[in-house]
Design a protein around this ligand. Structure first.
Ligand SMILES: [Fe+2]
Ligand SMILES: [Fe+2]
Length: 198
């Protein structure tokens, strides 16, 4: 486990950058990510750190977020560049890297893709994506079902989550980022392969 000093540093960093509600969400996601990591054999400390930091840029001025998106260490497609609601994940990885000195590319990548998903996601990336959806403060129609699925199968839960994300974008008339579509197709494929092998 991380030392008290390391946790205090994370906590201070987030407290400075978030209001009460998002601070509580960040802490909840950190502990949910830790639990999921333990369940699926992913490094617990890295999951905890990624969870704490994932929304660190969300309350920044949107123009500042846009500037940070331009500095991304990871690819950003044109759809994301035109979707301000998605900036914070891309900007968050930049902030964690530059302002907190996080060098672990796996943690930065998990933060960067926590809103859109990606093909070939690491266990850490999947754990963060799901922890963000099922953390204790989350309250939406199917949250109980999602919480159950998240602890049954990582791939199954990712497919459920991406199905929701894709259909929600369609319903709202939003474009779908390329990495989301690639991720969705990948988990459909995995499900089909599993079915064939069963
Ligand atoms: Fe987020
Ligand atoms: Fe979040």
């Amino acid at each position: 486990m991380l030392s008290d000093k390391q946790i205090e540093e994370l906590d201070g960093f987030i407290k400075e950058r978030t209001g009460k509600k998002r601070y509580v969400h960040s802490v909840n996601v950190a502990y949910e990510a830790l639990k999921l990591a333990r369940t699926y054999g992913v490094d617990e400390n890295r999951a905890f750190i990624a969870g704490y930091l994932h929304d660190c840029a969300k309350e920044m001025d949107i123009d500042r977020q846009r500037e940070l998106v331009e500095q991304s260490l990871f690819p950003v497609d044109d759809i994301e560049k035109n979707a301000p609601a998605l900036f914070h994940a891309i900007a968050g990885a930049v902030v964690a890297h530059k302002e907190l000195g996080i060098e672990d590319m796996g943690i930065l990548e998990a933060i960067r893709f926590h809103t859109v998903g990606a093909p070939d996601m690491s266990g850490l990336g999947q754990v963060l994506y799901l922890a963000d959806l099922i953390s204790a403060d989350r309250d939406y129609k199917d949250v109980k079902k999602m919480r159950k699925v998240a602890y049954e199968s990582l791939n199954g839960a990712m497919l459920e989550a991406l199905k929701f994300s894709v259909s929600d974008s369609v319903k709202k008339g939003n474009a779908i980022p390329v990495s989301t579509i690639l991720a969705y197709n990948e988990y459909v494929q995995l499900k089909n392969e599993k079915r064939e092998n069963d």
